[in-house]
Design a protein around this ligand. Structure first.
Ligand SMILES: *[C@@H]1O[C@H](CO)[C@@H](O)[C@H](O)[C@H]1NC(C)=O
Ligand SMILES: *[C@@H]1O[C@H](CO)[C@@H](O)[C@H](O)[C@H]1NC(C)=O
Ligand SMILES: *[C@@H]1O[C@H](CO)[C@@H](O)[C@H](O)[C@H]1NC(C)=O
Ligand SMILES: *[C@@H]1O[C@H](CO)[C@@H](O)[C@H](O)[C@H]1NC(C)=O
Ligand SMILES: *[C@@H]1O[C@H](CO)[C@@H](O)[C@H](O)[C@H]1NC(C)=O
Length: 425
């Protein structure tokens, strides 16, 4: 009797669970121009094709709202696919993208046999086996966004996107340090060391298996191994009805918690951000350039004697301009001079250091040393640098009075015309 009751309870639960979720059967398919997505039960989230560049990408987006927001992208660094592509949930339970006939690109690597898929109302896209066990879920592979009920475990890197509209891997990353518990932001190309930590949650030494969690009320917090809350990043308690919250590592290197009103246009607003100073994310400005705030927006400036490698792409940085004024005005002269830039900070990768010195000595040391391109002077310390210089930004600490002495080369006129030194080596 007891077991029959148990059986009845279980099966009725299964039935309601199935009715609540979208159920995608083997053999289903999508195409960019036809049925382009599968919806979650409430229609809030969709999994499928969305326009990207000159083609389409596959991912999860907030659908039932005036403006779509992409929250997950499959194979984010693959090029956009053409309009005749097909996304097939084939009879073997593999989810494959077919861009050219006979070429299947896997969208998900399931841990076992798959018998159906579902887009959950949380925004999680899940592949299940016949026992309704999860074989793969998009929540385990975050790109730049964390949704409510999603959990970022320790040691799993999350990367920003290239831009608001291009969701391929950008230049910033975020991670909870393994066995330590600190949530740290790094430039993508910096190692996991304090020198490259440009923001952290101040939860170091709180133990292993710390995770980042987001509640449906906008509560962003860190849990430790025992499930204790070790830090509230936001307190939460925001209106739940008709609203959605999501956390994103934005393309400018700042983590933001957003809210969106599901019925109102242009309603995205920022509830919290990791940094106010948009110049702090390391690497926003590429090699040999430094970040300066103009009003609130970051701008990248080249060192004197340098020009942008690719105007319009700040990440590309700057390179020496051998066709500079001095070069064109004084053809045939060879020599070096120094120009000063005040109040900037850079990564220190010096090959030689002088301590307890003066700025005059520092300037001359660089001028007379053939290896020196820039000397960084601060508080009696002089460090001689080769190119490229990285992670430059204006230093707002007016007490530091630091100076970058930049060597300018005056080259023969033939070099002026044809030769362009590539600064980024
Ligand atoms: C889209 O899907 C519906 C229901 O599965 C189907 O009736 C319809 O023919 C499909 N449309 C296209 C263009 O494939
Ligand atoms: C990690 O912590 C979570 C709670 O935050 C817990 O549910 C999970 O079992 C822990 N995992 C391990 C391997 O200890
Ligand atoms: C964190 O926030 C939760 C819910 O908003 C609250 O109950 C808890 O007391 C807070 N914990 C700390 C350490 O502030
Ligand atoms: C969302 O926007 C609608 C329309 O402007 C408004 O009536 C509603 O109160 C808003 N909801 C919340 C939670 O702010
Ligand atoms: C910008 O420059 C970076 C660094 O050279 C490069 O990786 C990136 O692809 C460029 N972006 C665009 C849009 O050209």
């Amino acid at each position: 009797m007891k077991s029959l009751l148990f059986f009845l309870l279980c099966s009725s639960f299964t039935v309601t669970a199935q009715q609540k979720q979208s159920h995608i059967n083997l053999g289903s398919s999508l195409s960019p121009t036809g049925n382009f997505s599968w919806l979650s039960a409430s229609g809030l989230f969709a999994f499928g094709f969305y326009p990207q560049g000159n083609g389409y990408a596959v991912g999860v987006f907030i659908s039932g709202v005036p403006e779509k927001t992409v929250v997950w992208t499959a194979n984010r660094d693959n090029p956009p696919v053409p309009r005749n592509s097909i996304l097939l949930f084939n009879t073997e339970g593999r989810l494959v993208l077919q861009t050219t006939p006979g070429q299947d690109i896997d969208i998900a690597e399931a841990s076992g046999a798959v018998s159906f898929a579902s887009v959950l109302d949380s925004g999680n896209f899940v592949l299940y086996n016949s026992d309704q066990e999860i074989m793969w879920q998009s929540f385990d592979h975050p790109t730049d966004t964390i949704l409510p009920t999603q959990r970022l475990p320790e040691n799993r890197g999350m990367f920003s996107s290239v831009s608001e509209t291009d969701h391929s891997t950008g230049i910033f990353r975020l991670k909870i340090m393994l066995g330590d518990g600190n949530l740290v932001q790094f430039p993508k190309d910096g190692a996991d060391v304090p020198e490259y930590d440009y923001w952290h949650s101040d939860t170091s030494l709180t133990g292993g298996n710390v995770s980042l969690n987001l509640g449906v009320d906008g509560h962003l917090y860190l849990l430790n191994n025992a499930g204790f809350n070790i830090k509230n990043i936001t307190e939460g308690g925001y209106q739940k009805e008709g609203m959605i919250y999501f956390m994103r590592l934005d393309y400018d290197g700042i983590i933001r918690l957003y809210s969106r009103n599901l019925t109102k246009k242009s309603s995205k607003s920022v509830l919290w951000e990791s940094l106010q100073d948009k110049c702090v994310p390391m690497g926003l400005c590429g090699y040999n350039s430094f970040c300066v705030l103009n009003e609130e927006s970051p701008e990248c400036r080249c060192l004197p004697g340098f020009v942008p490698v690719n105007p319009g792409n700040r990440t590309a940085g700057c390179e020496r301009n051998f066709r500079s004024e001095s070069c064109i005005n004084r053809p045939g002269t060879v020599g070096s001079s120094i120009q000063q830039v005040e109040n900037t900070v850079w990564e220190d990768s010096s090959y030689s250091d002088l301590s307890q010195t003066t700025k005059e000595v520092c300037e001359r040391a660089c001028l007379s040393d053939g290896n020196c391109e820039v000397a960084l002077f601060s508080n009696g310390q002089c460090s001689l640098q080769r190119l490229p210089l990285r992670f430059g930004r204006r230093d707002h600490n007016t007490d530091s009075k630091n100076i970058a002495f930049v060597k300018l080369h005056t080259t023969p006129s033939s070099d002026c015309i044809d030769h362009k030194e590539v600064a980024a080596v």
